[in-house]
Design a protein around this ligand. Structure first.
Ligand SMILES: *Cc1c(COP(=O)(O)O)cnc(C)c1O
Length: 415
């Protein structure tokens, strides 16, 4: 069967040694999974989830108590006052966009303190000109770079003392940058500084890829509003689309009114039959994040042993589910992504090529043979075609499928 899928015997042999080495690390990850499973189950119990919550609404979506209960469960898990969990959000970028347009007003300033935000936000903010950007509506943007993978606490303090900043954005996961992802302890430290210097500044966290990787979330360390995608960690591979925004009640109201209609906000928005999938996905999410982490750690150690540069290392503390392989070689990046595609359950005979994608400046190669289009909680690998040719690999609905996929991809670059 290994020949049939084209997994090299040498790769299989190496995997046996590597797995032995990873035993204790995997046990620690299992403890985090157990903790987060308990968190989800307790939230389900607190809100007395029943089969009736799976019922759907259509049209305006008035009185969708399943949808409302999902939002209460999200609030409980994130320890926030309110939540918005909707399929009307197309993606994580859309939820971030609606949040920014919801809470910022003309002449306000948005400050990113984790360097340049995720590529698809460039046109949203107006870093790349667009007549529909925040900039086009008179919202100013500033950015403070990270120093050695940590916040520039001094510059942040000075900037906040100089004049009022309405919103600070923190992006935890690295996106398509070369920096490391930002640990929750650093997020806590910087938020306490921000709140001391400027208590009325709103702290918004882009939490994509970080949910359930550790035991606490940004809203537990002072973030006012937190955003993420349901085709990543919390959808558990089951939610068919959507995103979540959790946080302070007054802020969620603003975001709801931007998503739908001023005066209607969260009251409308039909669930169209996906309540069960959102709930089942959330239920499975701690386990799926666990499988993704194991797949990432396995990948990291395998490729390190084969002489490739990887980030994070197998034994580094993790903040997100993303594994980087720094190929320094365009062809190897492409071949690795194509190998991931070849081991996918869906579209395994498609051969991904670098392409111009809407929202991205460089050409990007994306391997995702997924049940849900573009889902990156399923094993997927992508990378912009620019130096140093980094693969961003993430996901894995089960560790075993993840491991097979990675062994197939490695076979594709060493053959
Ligand atoms: C994935 C991601 C997003 C949003 O991406 P979508 O593809 O629009 O869901 C935003 N920020 C970060 C850091 C991400 O990883």
């Amino acid at each position: 069967m290994l020949d049939e899928i084209n997994i090299n015997k040498k790769v299989l042999d190496l995997s046996k040694d590597v797995e032995k080495e990873l035993d204790n690390i995997f046990k620690d990850i299992d403890k985090i999974c157990e903790y987060n499973s308990l968190k989800v189950l307790n939230a389900f119990h607190k809100h007395n989830l029943t089969e009736n919550h799976f019922n759907m609404t259509t049209g305006y979506g008035y009185g969708d108590f399943g949808r409302d209960t999902i939002e209460k469960i999200y609030s409980t898990i994130f320890k926030t006052e309110d939540a918005l969990v909707r399929s009307q959000f197309i993606s994580g970028t859309h939820a971030l966009t609606v949040t920014l347009f919801g809470i910022l007003r003309p002449n306000d300033t948005l400050l990113s303190i984790s360097g340049k935000p995720y590529d698809t936000l460039e046109e949203v903010i107006g870093i790349v000109e667009n007549n529909s950007s925040l900039k086009a509506f008179g919202i100013k943007y500033e950015q403070i770079e990270l120093i050695e993978n940590d916040f520039d606490y001094n510059s942040i303090k000075k900037r906040l003392e100089a004049s009022f900043i309405k919103v600070i954005e923190i992006q935890r996961s690295k996106g398509y940058s070369t920096r490391k992802s930002i640990d929750i302890n650093k997020v806590e430290k910087v938020i306490s500084l921000i709140k001391k210097v400027s208590p009325n500044t709103i702290v918004m966290v882009d939490n994509c890829y970080c949910e359930f990787v550790n035991t606490i979330e940004p809203s537990e360390v002072g973030a006012d509003i937190v955003v993420g995608s349901l085709i990543k960690n919390l959808g558990g591979g089951i939610a068919p689309n959507g995103a979540y925004v959790v946080g302070k009640k007054d802020l969620i109201k603003l975001v709801g009114e931007r998503l739908t209609v001023p005066g209607e906000g969260k009251e409308v928005g039909p669930s169209l039959g996906i309540n069960k999938q959102i709930l089942q996905g959330l239920f499975l999410a701690p386990g799926v994040v666990n499988s993704s982490l194991k797949t990432a750690i396995f990948t990291s150690r395998m490729l390190e042993k084969l002489g490739f540069e990887v980030e994070p290392k197998y034994n580094d503390k993790r903040t997100d589910i993303v594994q980087n392989i720094i190929f320094n070689n365009q062809n190897k990046l492409i071949k690795f992504c194509q190998g991931i595609q070849k081991a996918s359950p869906i579209d395994s005979n498609a051969i991904p090529e670098p392409w111009d994608m809407p929202g991205y400046t460089d050409k990007v190669i994306m391997a995702a043979g997924t049940f849900t289009q573009g889902s990156s909680i399923e094993l997927s690998c992508d990378g912009p075609i620019r130096e140093p040719y980094i693969a961003y690999m993430q996901g894995g609905l089960t560790y075993h499928y993840g491991k097979i996929g990675v062994m197939r991809a490695i076979s594709n670059i060493i053959d």
